[in-house]
Write a protein that binds this ligand. Structure first.
Ligand SMILES: Cc1ncc(COP(=O)(O)O)c(C=O)c1O
Length: 423
């Protein structure tokens, strides 16, 4: 007997184990899943039509560890962001480095965002391949190879905008753009003071903007200035003070650019922690918000305007679903979601909906639940639980797909197409 191919093997074992074949009256045949525990990613994807599931699978029947997003909360977060920035007279240009998921990028644009940002060129390429065509790349490309690739993307993606922060880089970009037969839309990245990226505000940034404006292969579109350090400052008053003071020099630079006759159509900056502060910076046009779609334990801890303890402007929507593997020892249980399912960022993940217990994910393959004396419950082997992730961006990068869940039911499976696109 010939050995089946991997595809044939998967298909036969799936149909044997998990599916009942039924036909609706006059309708095309559909595969209805039997309610067994432990659907894997490929099994779920096989049942989805254009990513949508209609068979009725509970999230509690998913194989673990896996990543879920609560769709009601996600939609609420999109709405909260869009309503606030619109009220404040600015726009949102969400950072796709958070979700790496074209379906979510398209949802953000459909609900009012002016485009997306990407951190990496391969991320931008994947977004464009999946139908997203307004992309601001916030990281500079400094090697000839990447610059050429960026200009190749620009040939197809008219809405691609590239950041630069040195004159040498601007010249190289201009030459590559001309060689590719395009004019590269370009923003100047201005350093808010952290010296991570960007050129110093004032004369250096102004002169770079003027150079960009004069180079034949470039079109000057404005500037960006992102202060990552401001985003997680605890306390709204302290955060506001830091964010506004760190963007003062950039705002003055934007005004100098305008006075010198440059058209600064874009002045992008800010993130989830300062989305309701950034509009106070004169001239700022849009916020590059990322984490707000999902939220995480790091952001929950910074406090907001109304709630000093918890940043409750956005709902935690992203969870890792995990299964208990061992419950035979006093005061603790072991799960299947360790560092490889959660990262080792701090604070540790939060067990959703429970009190009196904590979670650590220091072991590669195992998570640890520890109970206090007043724990709301204890777990048995095979029980499943949900973790609010520590830091959403790197956790998403660990998963091939994201299960969109409404209530307990899986409604959609989204490919994390930008997963691992770190080049
Ligand atoms: C350049 C840039 N813009 C925007 C963001 C989005 O930040 P947040 O997830 O805090 O909204 C980041 C995140 O690190 C970033 O690096």
């Amino acid at each position: 007997m010939t050995k089946p191919s991997l595809g044939e093997f998967m298909a036969s074992s799936l149909s044997r184990r998990h599916f009942l074949h039924t036909a609706g009256a006059g309708a095309a045949s559909v595969w209805i899943p039997r309610p067994v525990k432990g659907y894997t990613g490929p099994e779920i994807r096989q049942q989805a039509v254009d990513g949508r599931l209609e068979g009725g699978i509970s999230k509690w029947d998913l194989d673990t560890p896996c990543l879920c997003v609560d769709l009601d909360r996600l939609e609420q977060n999109l709405d909260q962001m869009q309503t606030t920035v619109t009220r404040n007279g600015i726009a949102s240009r969400p950072h796709a480095k958070t979700h790496k998921c074209p379906a979510i990028a398209r949802l953000q644009i459909a609900t009012g965002s002016v485009g997306i940002c990407t951190a990496k060129l391969s991320e931008a390429e994947v977004m464009f391949e999946h139908g997203v065509d307004q992309i601001l790349m916030t990281t500079v490309n400094v090697t000839s190879r990447k610059i050429r690739r960026a200009m190749a993307l620009k040939r197809w993606c008219d809405g691609f905008i590239q950041a630069v922060d040195t004159g040498a880089n601007a010249r190289e970009l201009s030459e590559a753009a001309m060689a590719a037969g395009v004019v590269a839309d370009t923003v100047v990245d201005v350093d808010p003071g952290g010296h991570r990226t960007g050129i110093s505000p004032g004369t250096p940034a102004l002169e770079l903007a003027q150079l960009v404006d004069s180079l034949p292969g470039l079109r000057f579109r404005g500037m960006l200035c992102y202060d990552g350090g401001a985003q997680h400052v605890t306390g709204f008053v302290e955060r506001r003070q830091r964010a506004l003071s760190r963007l003062e020099a950039a705002a003055e630079t934007a005004s100098q650019m305008v006075r010198s006759g440059l058209d600064t159509g874009i002045f992008s900056g800010g993130g989830t922690g300062t989305y309701n502060i950034d509009h106070e910076t004169p001239g700022l046009t849009d916020v590059q918000v990322g984490s707000y779609v999902f939220m995480d334990a790091q952001y929950l801890a910074i406090g907001g305007v109304h709630d000093k303890e918890v940043y409750s402007d956005f709902d935690p929507a992203l969870t890792v679903l995990t299964t208990v593997l061992n419950a035979q020892y006093e005061g603790r249980a072991t799960t299947d979601a360790g560092a490889k399912a959660n990262t080792i960022n701090r604070p540790w993940p939060i067990i959703a909906g429970e009190t009196g217990m904590s979670y650590t994910a220091g072991s590669d393959e195992f998570g640890t639940i520890r109970y206090d004396s007043n724990a709301s419950r204890t777990y048995a082997v095979g029980d499943k639980l949900e973790l609010i992730v520590s830091h959403c961006d790197p956790v998403v990068n660990l998963y091939d797909q994201l299960y969109g869940v409404r209530g307990d039911m899986v409604e959609v499976v989204w490919q994390v197409a930008g997963r691992g696109k770190s080049v």
